[in-house]
Design a protein around this ligand. Sequence first.
Ligand SMILES: C[S@@+](CC[C@H](N)C(=O)[O-])C[C@H]1O[C@@H](n2cnc3c(N)ncnc32)[C@H](O)[C@@H]1O
Length: 255
Amino acid sequence: MAEENQRKASETEKQVDFGYRAVPESEKEEDVKEVFESVAKRYDLMNDVLSLGLHRLWKSTCVSLSGAAEGQKVLDIASGTCDMAIRFGEAVGKSGEVWATDINHEMIKEGVKRLKAVGCKAHVAICDCEALPFEDNFFDIAVVSFGLRNMTHKDRALKEMMRVVRPGGRVVVLEFSRCWKIFKPFYDLYSFKLMPWLGQKIAGDAESYRYLAESIRMHPDQQTLAKIMEDVGLDRVTWKNMTFGVCALHIGLKP
Ligand SMILES: C[S@@+](CC[C@H](N)C(=O)[O-])C[C@H]1O[C@@H](n2cnc3c(N)ncnc32)[C@H](O)[C@@H]1O
């Protein structure tokens, strides 16, 4: 009976995308969690292999265009293995403050190892981006790098990021985006054939890398994401394409 009720409830519940699959809204977070628990240990290696090292360039461009300066406070959302937290730690220096946050214990566990290895003093917190445990107007910058497309409610996540940033502060989104049409056939072949194959060979998990390819296609394109950012109240939203639009950096100001 309980199972039957649960089945009926999930049939009537709003559906959201999990890659190309529609799943009940309440289940997406758990599905995303499974993906990142599965890939956590090989996440950094896979990033280097799959992007041919390009993610390093995208991330360093993101830090320099974010305008992060000595002494500032930065919140890294969906920090995962803390790559961005480390980079922002260097940008804000010892007088600054960086918080690395993620919903997933396995990812952040790998991140803490990396923070220690490089001597980065970032604070760490496990939390859902859609309900951040920080006071209003606390940070100069809130950044999310390759995390937004996994969020169940992107608008809620962006609203929370804006809430914790001071007026005049920046919400920064680095994410896969819509690549140039001419590049698309090659990119599709690479994403749907080679990526899952490499995922299987290196991380023993083809399915998570299939989800990666699908979730990129389901993520809003450059213009749509800019509109979502404006709709939550961000001002002067701009974006910059990187590597033929494979990835884009959006920045909005809190009024
Ligand atoms: C692709 S990884 C990105 C990691 C890192 N930012 C980077 O650029 O390499 C996506 C991360 O988003 C996290 N995530 C997904 N949903 C989240 C949520 N609602 N709140 C916080 N983090 C979330 C996952 O746990 C995962 O660590």
